[in-house]
Design a protein around this ligand. Structure first.
Ligand SMILES: CC(C)(COP(=O)(O)OP(=O)(O)OC[C@H]1O[C@@H](n2cnc3c(N)ncnc32)[C@H](O)[C@@H]1OP(=O)(O)O)[C@@H](O)C(=O)NCCC(=O)NCCS
Length: 185
């Protein structure tokens, strides 16, 4: 059984200090940390903000209150840390069609060192623990780093699910989770 709080990467109580300096760890965000997650979203999307319509950007950059509601409702929000600094966030919301991954963001200065991958691993573990057989997300063609991350993590594109998101093209990527046979009678 995994520690309820630190769900991916390192346990600060037992980690090698040198490794700690370079490796991210991920845990569920606390309600008091919702503003940090909202801030990270804004910083991470700043470079692509001009590619969104104003309506699509507003819907993408969810606010602190929305993140709080995800944490206290059926959803979940994670933060990734490098040393003691929060550098990334992701959310997940259970839906009838699977676990919906939302609001993935890594601070520009912390990219390319596995933070996004660690966040996605945490979501996947959460999905498996709760019996989801599918995790999915929606992204847009100009988010090339995100598409690379999801593809490298085993997500595939659903060609049939493209739609318009406030004037921005949106398509769906999905990953089917294998059932853990040990948990079946
Ligand atoms: C997408 C994003 C979260 C990736 O975060 P990250 O911490 O840099 O990603 P990682 O370092 O964990 O990379 C994970 C994998 O994706 C690949 N990848 C990530 N960015 C890439 C890029 N720009 N080009 C090519 N591959 C890339 C890595 O090679 C890595 O694969 P590997 O482990 O097999 O080598 C980050 O770029 C970001 O916040 N972008 C802006 C917001 C955004 O697009 N959010 C997603 C909304 S759908």
């Amino acid at each position: 059984m995994s520690c309820p709080e630190i769900v991916s990467g390192l346990n600060p109580g037992s980690m090698d200090l040198q490794l700690a300096a370079i490796s991210p760890y991920v845990r569920r965000a606390r309600v008091t940390e919702a503003a940090q997650a909202a801030f990270l979203l804004r910083v991470a999307f700043a470079e692509v903000a001009a590619l969104y319509t104003p309506e699509a950007l507003e819907a993408t950059l969810v606010d602190t209150e929305t993140l709080r509601r995800r944490m206290t409702g059926e959803g979940a929000v994670w933060l990734a840390f490098v040393e003691t600094r929060a550098v990334g966030t992701v959310s997940a919301i259970p839906r009838s069609e699977g676990l919906h991954v939302r609001s993935m963001a890594v601070h520009p200065e912390s990219r390319g060192r596995g933070v996004g991958r660690a966040l996605l691993d945490a979501v996947e573990r959460f999905g498996r623990d709760r019996g989801h057989q599918r995790i999915f997300l929606r992204t847009t063609p100009f988010l090339t780093s995100a598409i690379a991350l999801y593809s490298r993590s085993g997500f595939t594109m659903r060609e049939d699910a493209e739609r318009d998101f406030h004037g921005v093209p949106l398509f769906e990527m999905e990953k089917l989770l294998e059932l853990d046979l040990r948990e079946r009678g």
